[in-house]
Design a protein. Sequence first.
Length: 64
Amino acid sequence: MSFEKGDTVVLHEKHSDYDGEEGEITQTAETMFGDVNYTISFEDGQEAGVPEDSLDLVAEADAE
């Protein structure tokens, strides 16, 4: 699954200060191997170079 700028995601990276936190994708960058890495903005900082398999999409709540 690929993510887009503006998506809200949960980071799963045990070595990160933001492990388990929700953040917003602010930037995407394709590596020379064709993989995509993401920059995630959190309330008190950001994490760059995050691979796709370390992220889960947060489902948008229905506005009904």
